[in-house]
Design a protein around this ligand. Structure first.
Ligand code: MRU
Length: 350
C-alpha cells in the first residue's frame, strides 16, 4: 500500500491542523495538533513540518487558525481583516526560501478579502479553502508523477537529494511522487538517496518513506554522488524545489547545486519536480531568491554532541540555487517544461 494512502503529512481535523512531527522520524512516529497561528509559526520555523508544498498548506491552515482565534474577540470585519493581515505577514516570516508558503498564505488572504458576509463567513471560507488546497496538492503530485514517469528509463537508478516526498507535501510527493509513479510501471527502478547534511532529510525521511513502499533504496553520503556517477551507477537525478525563478534557476536544499554540476559533467539528466506554485514569476533569476541561514548548531552538533572545534567559524545556508543551464527539465502538473525555461515557464502560466 502506498504511504500516502495510510496517513497525510498535514491535515485539517476538527478545527486543528494535524501534522506528522518530522523532527523525530524515523525513531518515532507521532502526530501533533497545531491549534494557534503562533504554534504554526513555531512548527514551520522548527521544521516539525517542512518541504515547500507542506509548509504552504501549513501556512494556509495557520491563516484559518488565526481567523478562528480572532473570531473570539473581533466582530468588526475591517478590524478583523486588518488583524488577519498582520497574522498572515507573521506566518510568511517563519521561513524565507520556499515560495509555496507565501503563495498559500496570499491565496488565503485573497479569499478573506473577497468573501462577503460576516467574520464567521470569512473564517468558514478560510477553513474550506485550506482543505481544498490540501486535496489539490495530492492531485497535482499525482499528475506530476504521470508526466515524470514518462522520462524515467527502464531499470533506471535515480539519485535524489533531501526529501521531496509525501512528507514534504500533503501526500505522494513531488520528486518521490515521480519515483512512485515510475516504480508502479517498472518495479526494476532503484533509488540512491543522499543523506542531506546537516538535517539528514534524505537519511531520516526519504529512506523511511521509500522503503515502506518497497522501493529499493540505497543511502549514500552527500560527497559520494560523483563517485557513483563516474561508475555509471546513476542514470538520472530528480529533486524537488523550494523556489524557481522565471528563468528556471532553482533553489532547493543545500547540496543540490553540487549534484547538478556532477550530473552535467557525467552527462546525466537532471530533473526538478515541482508544482507551478513553486515558480515565482515575480523574480527574474535565482539571484533574487532569499536563502535561509539556519542555526549553527545544525552543523556543530550531531545528536546533541559537539563534532568540531568549539571556536571554529560556522556558516549554514539551508538552500542553494542551481542555474537553469544545469537543468534538463522541470516536471510540473502541466507537463515537463524544457529550456528555454523563460519561454516554457511563461507558456505554463498563460
Ligand atoms: O529545509 P526543508 O527540509 O524544508 O527543505 C526541503 C527541500 O529542500 C525540498 O527538496 C523541497 O522543499 C521540495 S519538497 C517537495
Amino acid at each position: 500500500m502506498a504511504f500516502e494512502s495510510k496517513i497525510k503529512t498535514i491535515e485539517w481535523v476538527n478545527n486543528v491542523s494535524r501534522m506528522i512531527d518530522q523532527t523525530i522520524l524515523p525513531k518515532e512516529f507521532k502526530t501533533v495538533d497545531i491549534k494557534t497561528c503562533e504554534e504554526m509559526y513555531f512548527a514551520i520555523k522548527n521544521m516539525i513540518v517542512r518541504g515547500a508544498p507542506a509548509i504552504g498548506i501549513a501556512g494556509a491552515h495557520g491563516v484559518a487558525l488565526a481567523a478562528i482565534e480572532l473570531l473570539k474577540t473581533v466582530n468588526d470585519k475591517t478590524v478583523f481583516l486588518q488583524k488577519l493581515n498582520q497574522k498572515a505577514d507573521y506566518l510568511k516570516s517563519s521561513r524565507p526560501t520556499a515560495v509555496n508558503l507565501m503563495w498559500a498564505v496570499e491565496k488565503q488572504m485573497e479569499i478573506a478579502h473577497k468573501t462577503q458576509g460576516s467574520v464567521n463567513d470569512v473564517t468558514k471560507a478560510l477553513i474550506n479553502n485550506g482543505i481544498k488546497l490540501e486535496n489539490e496538492d495530492i492531485e497535482i503530485n499525482k499528475r506530476m508523477g504521470d508526466y515524470g514517469a514518462e522520462v524515467v528509463p527502464k531499470g533506471a537508478v535515480i539519485l535524489t537529494h533531501c526529501n521531496a516526498g509525501a512528507l514534504a507535501t500533503v501526500g505522494y510527493g513531488t520528486a518521490l511522487g515521480v519515483i512512485r509513479s515510475a516504480f508502479a510501471k517498472d518495479p526494476t527502478i532503484k533509488v540512491f538517496a543522499d543523506e542531506t547534511r546537516p538535517r539528514q532529510q534524505g537519511a531520516r525521511l526519504t529512506t523511511w518513506e521509500l522503503t515502506q513502499d518497497g522501493i529499493p533504496t540505497t543511502l549514500i553520503t552527500d560527497g559520494m554522488c560523483s563517485y557513483f556517477m563516474s561508475k555509471g551507477m546513476i542514470n538520472m537525478v530528480i529533486v524537488g524545489a523550494d523556489r524557481i525563478a522565471a528563468n528556471g534557476d532553482t533553489a532547493n536544499k543545500i547540496g543540490t547545486y553540487t549534484v547538478a554540476i556532477a550530473a552535467k559533467y557525467h552527462n546525466i539528466p537532471f530533473y526538478i519536480a515541482a508544482p507551478l506554485s513553486t515558480i515565482d514569476i515575480s523574480i527574474k533569476s535565482g539571484k533574487e531568491i532569499p536563502i535561509e541561514e539556519r542555526n549553527h548548531e545544525e552543523v556543530t552538533h550531531i545528536n546533541g554532541d559537539w563534532i568540531c572545534a568549539k571556536d571554529v567559524n560556522i556558516i549554514n545556508p539551508g538552500f542553494d540555487v542551481t542555474p537553469n543551464e544545469l537543468i534538463t527539465g522541470i516536471i510540473t502538473e502541466k507537463g515537463i517544461l524544457k529550456p528555454d525555461f523563460t519561454e516554457s515557464i511563461k507558456k505554463a502560466f498563460s
